[in-house]
Design a protein around this ligand. Structure first.
Ligand SMILES: C[S@@+](CC[C@H](N)C(=O)[O-])C[C@H]1O[C@@H](n2cnc3c(N)ncnc32)[C@H](O)[C@@H]1O
Length: 335
């Protein structure tokens, strides 16, 4: 028997039935799957012969999956190895674009791949790059300053022990380069080895992954540029997995779909042109059955909105999350 451990190539697409129920009324058109991964959503949409899918993924490994779909679906399917913040750069989308879909974060296949250095169970170097990016988590953790690390853990991970973790990292790296088990040990120590519902390192690893992949920039410009290429009547649907992503998507849809004053004592605000119509149910969650079958779906949330107007100005949106974009730009000693 071969000693090589084969990576399990299985990833359950999250909230698939719910997503189909939202987009299927628009079938007979083109859909952009911004987070192709193992192709779970694309395959489902392509079952309808009247649909076309343009798929995007930044991970080079997605190209192999896409090749198989290309053979099966030919002109119905195209793939671009691209970051979704650049969705507007795709040529020849056609004028029947009906929906743009995001299933954010990473897939279970990626997290199980030791070469990607994403999991806290890995033994080697930290990496966390999804693709089409330079800086790895290894460079970040070994070069960023105390205050940069602290900001990353606090704002991109909502980690309460960020200060003591950052201090311990700075001390430890005077002795050696910090790898995955070192970081896990530092976090465990800062949390007195207490075990909660989730792994102690979840938030620190989330923060580093967001920083390394510039996920805030990706999401914000992914949404803005999707809006720009989508015709009126089209849908943007986003599945988020943590509160920072969800906060951004919620603001984008809500802020541009209502003209409400934050207080009734304030003078009436100048009415802005509304860009979206929101559904009655603000978001959809996985069923108990889905969570049982696929526990990692438990934190998923699906939000969507229909475009009703064109607009070129997203200053409010950019201003609101500028502090997160600034954190992602921090560079430490490496350039
Ligand atoms: C949760 S998985 C998607 C799984 C997919 N829906 C399926 O059913 O197999 C997220 C995928 O999006 C990709 N991704 C994440 N951020 C991206 C970005 N900014 N641009 C392009 N692809 C991205 C990841 O590489 C990963 O393959």
């Amino acid at each position: 028997m071969s000693a090589t451990i084969k990576l399990e190539k299985k990833h359950f697409p999250v909230l698939l039935d719910e997503l189909v129920s939202i987009i299927s009324p628009l079938y007979s058109g083109t859909f952009i799957d911004c987070t192709f991964g193992n192709g779970g959503y694309s395959k489902e949409i392509l079952k309808n012969k009247q649909n076309k899918v343009i798929a995007i993924d930044r991970d080079i490994d997605a190209i192999e999956v896409a090749k198989i779909l290309k053979i099966k679906y030919n002109k119905q399917f195209n793939f671009h190895h691209l970051k979704f913040s650049e969705v507007h750069k795709i040529e020849k989308i056609g004028d029947d674009l009906k929906g743009i879909i995001f299933d954010l974060g990473f897939s279970s296949i990626q997290v199980r791949d030791p070469n990607k250095g994403m999991s806290f169970y890995n033994q080697g170097k930290l990496d966390m790059r999804m693709g089409l990016n330079k800086t790895s988590a290894d460079e970040a953790i070994n070069n960023l300053s105390y205050s940069e690390l602290n900001n990353i853990f606090k704002f991109l991970g909502e980690e309460k022990k960020g200060k003591s973790i950052s201090k311990a990292i700075i001390n430890e790296r005077k002795k050696k380069l910090i790898n995955t088990p070192d970081l896990v040990k530092i976090v465990d120590y800062a949390k007195n080895f207490k075990r909660g519902k989730t792994h102690n390192s979840t938030q620190v690893f989330q923060a580093l992954r967001i920083y390394v992949n510039k996920e805030i920039h990706e999401l914000i410009y992914g949404l803005i540029n999707s809006f720009r290429i989508l015709p009126i009547g089209g849908i943007i649907a986003v599945i988020t997995f943590h509160s920072i992503e969800d906060k951004i998507v919620k603001f984008f849809f809500k802020h541009y779909s209502e003209n409400k004053n934050s207080s009734r004592y304030l003078p009436n605000i100048k009415k802005k042109e509304l860009l979206f119509r929101l559904p009655h149910k603000k978001f959809l969650l996985p069923t108990v059955d889905e969570i049982k079958k696929n526990p990692s779906s438990r934190s998923a949330k699906l939000r969507y909105a229909t475009k009703i107007n064109n607009n070129k100005n997203f200053q409010d949106f950019l201003k609101k999350f500028q502090y997160l974009l600034d954190i992602e730009k921090m560079k430490g000693k490496y350039v």
